[in-house]
Design a protein around this ligand. Sequence first.
Ligand SMILES: Nc1nc2c(ncn2[C@@H]2O[C@H](COP(=O)(O)OP(=O)(O)OP(=O)(O)O)[C@@H](O)[C@H]2O)c(=O)[nH]1
Ligand SMILES: [Mg+2]
Length: 211
Amino acid sequence: MGSDEAYNFVFKVVLIGESGVGKSNLLSRFTKNEFNHDSRTTIGVEFSTRTIQLKSLIIKAQIWDTAGLERYRAITSAYYRGAVGALLVYDITKHLTYESVERWLKELYDHADPHIVVMLVGNKTDLGSERSVPTEDAKDFAEKNGLLFLETSALESTNVETAFQNVLGEIHRKVSSKEVTRGSISAVSLSSPVPRAAGDPEEKKPCCRNL
Ligand SMILES: Nc1nc2c(ncn2[C@@H]2O[C@H](COP(=O)(O)OP(=O)(O)OP(=O)(O)O)[C@@H](O)[C@H]2O)c(=O)[nH]1
Ligand SMILES: [Mg+2]
């Protein structure tokens, strides 16, 4: 436990998308630099954290992961509550996982804060010869829907860092530009707008009250 850890913001980010697209491996690559070749389907909810520096600020990312499969999913509203960012993942070699992106977006907007920062993520670029979703298609879709977009490989560690960093950076930009004045984005992060001194344990849980 990092009880001496200090940070300025905690941002909750959720992973969504069909089963098998690589959500859990993107998470383990980002938080532990690990990849699991035969990972099992996620059951229930798991989360991991990683603290990153963004300019002069320390941001703690709390990343939630659940199953793409309906029967293993946790209660949806609890999963999305307080989330300020989302990675909507599909597999570039499985067109069906891309076709379901709209359904995931709908679920997300039905349950999450309307200002949530969303990135569409095409994972498994290491399997380029099996690609069935053209980059341009996904890019156009993302642009039309106001989503960030990147292609990644959790296996080769391509763009994983960049994907999370961009989402966290965009959340921070929204929060600090006061573009968002209501809803959970402001509730989560603006409860402690003043950077704290290192090791101040009293003030280190600005977000967790509403989780
Ligand atoms: N080639 C390749 N395989 C990957 C990549 N990311 C994940 N995988 C593999 O894809 C399979 C599913 O990965 P998971 O991370 O468990 O997928 P998930 O989205 O968490 O699946 P659910 O928990 O069932 O929703 C595993 O066999 C992984 O090893 C990648 O970037 N490249
Ligand atoms: Mg999983």
